[in-house]
Design a protein around this ligand. Structure first.
Ligand code: ACO
Length: 432
């Protein structure tokens, strides 16, 4: 802690207090508001958490102005280039890159937990085939929270490690099973010697050739890595708040999945594909849609553009654009997904040269290209957010562990500005 302080003076009572400033390693320092109510009688008010740090964290840092993202201090570009999803999961969880032995043990622990309870398949089969897969996924997590309820002991490191590994292993298997079900395929078994991405692809698309499986697993692995964490977003904050009541980690992750499902959080890549398909099937051309997006009288927005934190190119979008190139170039020339990619590139070129988008700092976000790759791999649109959840489970459990180990760990309990009816008395119904 520094000696820096912020002084707040109450203009009415003339009382003043000094609030300590806590130093960050990267990003703005924060004002410790905890003594505000005790010493001055006020609460701080910040709907939407626009200027509120909800916790101390050592996991991920985003520089929105520069368009940069680091996991445990490592730039996302270097991890995408040199690492893989499982090694990155180890890094996020353990705050260090593993040596060979550590990575091998970690991977073995994950593959030993691939044997997910087959009763989950019965849960999946209860749903209509056209049910949203995110709803099915929360039901699967609900089943696991019941199954492991008796052993909850969140203060025990071993319990936390076991449930962490269980969740990282089980969510991808259950995702593949949901995909099997909605595509009318038999439930596939995971293989112990395969990575999470390989198993997900092999189980989801058993009919692909060996080469196709390898190519899709490579693309999928990077997509998982890029989605593994993104600091205190809505779903991660939900997992922290839910987990702060000391509930089951499976239940806390189910809460995170429910939050991720919403269209302003995890669902935009579906909307991008709808938009690209519409442009492809229309004869109006890309410029027409750019003008629609600029027109304030029109509700149309360029989907996959803009971000609350990034006021620059989302670094994940750059990497996914490269994967889209590699993946689609690797497919045959007449692949139906190529025109969508061409339209996306044209849209991006127009937008990046247009003053409307430049002046508002609207750049492609992660969703702009991810849907194109997922579509080319063959993932149905309704499953895109499940893929996101599968990857983000790593970030969620990392934050859950960090929160419980925090010396300031306590139940999360926001306060409020009450503007309702003043104190009053009950009136008998005949007197109302
Ligand atoms: N197309 C056209 N105009 C846009 C777009 C867009 N995609 N995004 C923002 N703008 C304009 C707004 O109209 C506004 O213009 P104004 O200042 O003239 O009124 C200005 O840019 C600022 O936009 P806000 O909506 O205030 O920005 P906010 O930070 O609240 O919203 C959001 C960010 C929701 C991502 C927005 O940019 C958007 O709707 N984008 C399209 C949907 C999308 O891609 N979402 C995925 C986000 S990434 C993720 O969550 C994983």
């Amino acid at each position: 802690m520094t000696n820096k302080k912020i002084i707040i003076k109450d203009g009415q009572s003339n009382n003043e207090i000094e609030l300590p400033v806590l130093d960050s390693i990267l990003g703005p320092n924060v004002v410790d508001m905890r003594s505000l109510e005790k010493n001055l009688g006020y609460l701080s008010h910040d709907p939407g958490f626009m200027a509120t740090s909800s916790c101390e964290s050592k996991i991920t840092f985003i520089d929105g102005n520069e368009g940069k993202l680091w996991y445990r201090g490592y730039p996302i570009e270097e991890l995408a280039e040199n690492s893989n999803f499982q090694e990155t999961a180890y890094l996020l969880l353990n705050d260090k890159l593993p040596n060979n032995k550590e990575l091998e043990d970690f991977s073995n622990n994950i593959s030993n937990s691939y044997n997910v309870d087959p009763s989950i398949r019965k849960i999946i089969e209860v749903f209509n085939k056209d049910s949203h897969p995110m709803a099915i996924m929360t039901a699967c997590l609900s089943y696991l929270s019941a199954k492991y309820h008796a052993e909850i002991d969140i203060k025990d490191k071993e319990y936390r490690y076991k449930s962490t590994i269980n969740l990282i292993s089980a969510v991808p298997i259950m995702s593949a099973w949901i995909l099997n079900y909605i595509l009318n395929k038999d439930f596939q078994e995971p293989k112990k010697d395969k990575s999470i991405a390989e198993n997900f692809v092999n189980m989801s698309f058993p009919d692909l050739t060996k080469e196709q499986k390898e190519m899709s697993a490579k693309a999928m692995d990077i997509i998982f890595l890029l989605h593994a964490d993104h600091e205190q977003n809505a779903s991660t904050s939900t997992v922290r708040l839910s987990g702060s009541s000391e509930t089951s980690p499976y239940a806390a992750i189910a809460a995170g999945i429910s939050t991720l499902w919403g269209p302003t959080h995890g669902g935009a890549n579906e909307a991008v594909i709808n938009m690209l398909e519409e442009i492809k099937n229309s004869d109006k051309g890309v410029e027409y849609y750019i003008n629609q997006a600029k027109d304030k009288e029109n509700s149309f927005r360029l989907m996959g553009f803009g971000h609350r934190i990034y006021k620059n190119y989302d670094p994940r979008a750059k990497i996914i654009q490269k994967i889209a190139h590699e993946y689609l170039d690797g497919l045959s020339n007449d692949n139906p997904n190529k025109p969508l990619f061409d339209i996306a590139m044209k849209l991006e070129k127009y937008a990046l040269e247009d003053d409307y988008f430049v002046s508002r700092k609207l750049y492609p976000n992660v969703d702009f290209y991810s849907g194109i790759v997922l579509k080319a791999i063959g993932i149905p649109q309704s499953m895109y957010t499940v893929v996101f959840a599968l990857a983000r489970t790593v970030g969620w459990v990392t934050h859950w562990n960090e929160m419980i180990e925090d010396k300031n760990f306590r139940i999360g309990r926001p306060r409020q500005l009450y503007t309702g009816k003043n104190k009053t008395s009950y009136k008998d119904i005949k007197d109302r």
